[in-house]
Design a protein around this ligand. Structure first.
Ligand code: SAM
Length: 290
């Protein structure tokens, strides 16, 4: 059984299969032997539940999941890695590899097809170029997972786990907190990967909420307002939202006053409850115009 966190073994297997690392697919494989067991344990997977992995690469994390989970489905976009995974995961009979772009599949339906009614979690060392689109897809579409444990760039982890209403938050923070309870677990240095990326990473866990923490009547509009509010994060809401959503500055000030918010408030100062009230007030102003 090959040791997939040994750099020489990794290089030997990959070169035998004619594999070359693709920067554009975010291919940085984990070679620190402590990292994958820890991610798999923190994901909470066990023999009663299944795991959906995004981007197995050479299979180093897949193996740790397969040891602990009932079944594993690994979704890999790069065809060249399929024969590699066939070799490295040969000892497991509870792993399926699906050659697909995770952004293009219906994750809920795919999980049902492979896992039936068994609960599942998502676990991955994410390709960093599409961290936000993947997380937003899983959360917005309601993929059915109980939790999502992923490695992301350290800076993204900081933003994701920040509390809405604090300095580090952004539009992604608000969305993540709406759908889940995020937690930063541990940091991983850049030398734990081959090739080494330019930045350090962190592992985070998102526990999916059964109900959102605030009542929102129009989710689409709520997120549109959040996006516009953070569009120019250094500006006051009166400026960013009037420019971004086509309101007059006086209308935005009126909406802020109605919600008991300061006329100089900035997006990073608002909680989810504030955003819910603010977007409802803006929607009302828009409706009264027509
Ligand atoms: N899990 C492996 C590890 O930790 O060593 C590899 C992680 S590497 C950061 C990201 C993996 O995601 C690569 O195997 C890459 O080919 C794959 N990938 C990139 N974009 C993808 C997409 N849209 N859908 C599925 N897999 C993708």
């Amino acid at each position: 059984m090959p040791e997939l966190s040994d750099i020489n073994t990794v290089k030997e297997i990959l070169s035998r299969h004619g594999f070359h690392f693709s920067k554009s697919l975010g291919q940085n494989f984990i070679i620190n032997p402590d990292v994958c067991p820890r991610i798999a344990i923190e994901s909470g997977v066990n023999k009663e539940i299944c795991a959906l992995e995004i981007g197995p690469g050479i299979g180093v994390l897949t193996k740790e999941l397969a040891k602990r989970a009932k079944r594993v489905l690994a979704v890999e976009i790069d065809k060249v890695l399929l024969p590699v995974l066939k070799e490295t995961l040969a000892e497991f009979d509870n792993v399926d590899v699906l050659n697909a772009d995770v952004l293009k599949i219906d994750v809920f339906e795919t999980a049902r097809k492979y896992f039936g009614d068994t609960p599942f979690i998502v676990c991955a060392n994410l390709p960093y170029y599409i961290t936000s689109p993947i997380l937003m897809k899983l959360l917005e579409e309601g993929c059915g997972a109980e939790s999502i444990t992923v490695m992301v760039q350290k800076e993204a982890a900081l933003r994701i786990a920040a509390k809405p209403g604090t300095r580090d938050c952004g539009a992604l923070t608000a969305a993540i907190h709406y759908y889940s309870e995020p937690e930063k677990l541990f940091d991983v240095g850049k030398n734990s990967f081959v090739p080494a990326p330019k930045v350090d990473s962190s592992v985070i866990r998102l526990k999916i909420r059964k109900e959102p923490p605030v009542a929102v009547s129009d989710e689409k509009y709520f997120f549109k307002v959040i996006k516009a509010s953070f569009g120019q994060r250094r500006k006051t809401l009166a400026n960013s939202v009037s420019g971004g959503l086509g309101f007059g500055k006086d209308e935005v000030l009126c909406a802020l006053e109605k919600c008991g918010l300061s006329s100089t408030a900035r997006a990073e100062e608002l909680s989810l409850v504030d955003f819910a009230a603010f977007s409802a007030a803006l929607a009302e102003i828009q409706q009264n115009r027509t």
